[in-house]
Design a protein around this ligand. Structure first.
Ligand SMILES: C[S@@+](CC[C@H](N)C(=O)[O-])C[C@H]1O[C@@H](n2cnc3c(N)ncnc32)[C@H](O)[C@@H]1O
Length: 216
């Protein structure tokens, strides 16, 4: 028994950090997402039975896009439980900007607000419960970046409502333009033909994101 205990102690020493090396830091984790936020993102995904949240690849893309365009005023239509909102909130930490995200379902809106608060992003991301068609006209000013992820047949109506309020030089993004393209034919035609729109479709995950640049 004593021999086994000695072996165990040796094994722990052997598998721990080598002498003279510092233990692995948990302060700056993979992908520059703090551990507490990684945990929240993972728990949102684990509870997401309806697979509402964007893929992790799309989340990372949204974060990088928000940061790289130096977006300050961001609007999301369709928050669900706050997964994409947290990714964009991380991007806005770099720019000093703010996100307003609107969610129709009251329980999901509460969940989104709680998850965003737990992620330490409540000063950056505001969740508005209710119908985005009713709330958007009450918001002031223009938007540097809009992320549309609501009911797909509504996309064209949202584009008509919001694109005129995108800052010239800003971006209007929409989710699921590949895997749900049959539900939004009128929207896809509009973003290709609008005289002020330059559109490209990218697919960081498998769902597809349209990126429509509003010409200056
Ligand atoms: C695909 S989920 C959004 C997922 C979220 N963007 C994420 O990645 O975590 C779509 C959400 O849009 C909401 N929604 C649909 N129509 C809406 C509307 N008119 N106003 C606000 N929210 C709406 C739905 O209740 C649903 O929670």
């Amino acid at each position: 028994m004593r021999t086994f205990a000695a072996f165990l102690a040796l094994a722990v020493v052997a598998t721990g950090p080598a002498f003279g090396q510092s233990p692995k830091s948990t302060a700056e984790p993979a992908g520059h997402v703090p551990p507490a936020i990684r945990h929240i993102l993972a728990s949102i995904r684990a509870a997401d039975k309806g697979q509402l949240a964007v893929s992790e690849e799309d989340g990372r893309f949204l974060r990088a896009l928000v940061a790289s365009t130096n977006a300050k005023r961001v609007l999301e239509i369709g928050a669900a439980s706050g997964y994409s909102g947290i990714w964009m909130g991380l991007g806005l930490r770099e720019t000093g900007g703010r996100l307003v995200t609107i969610e129709y379902d009251p329980a999901r809106a509460r969940e989104a607000a709680a998850n965003i608060k737990a992620a330490g992003l409540a000063d950056i991301v505001q969740v508005i419960p209710g119908d985005a068609f009713a709330h958007i006209p009450r918001l002031e000013g223009s938007f540097d970046l809009v992320f549309l992820d609501a009911w797909k047949p509504d996309y064209k109506r949202f584009f008509d409502l919001v694109f005129p309020r995108v800052t010239p030089g800003g971006l209007f993004l929409a989710h699921n333009v590949i895997n749900k393209k049959s539900e939004m034919g009128d929207f896809l035609a509009a973003i290709e033909t609008h005289p002020q729109a330059l559109t490209s479709i990218v697919s960081p995950g498998h769902e597809g994101i349209s990126m429509t640049y509003r010409r200056r």
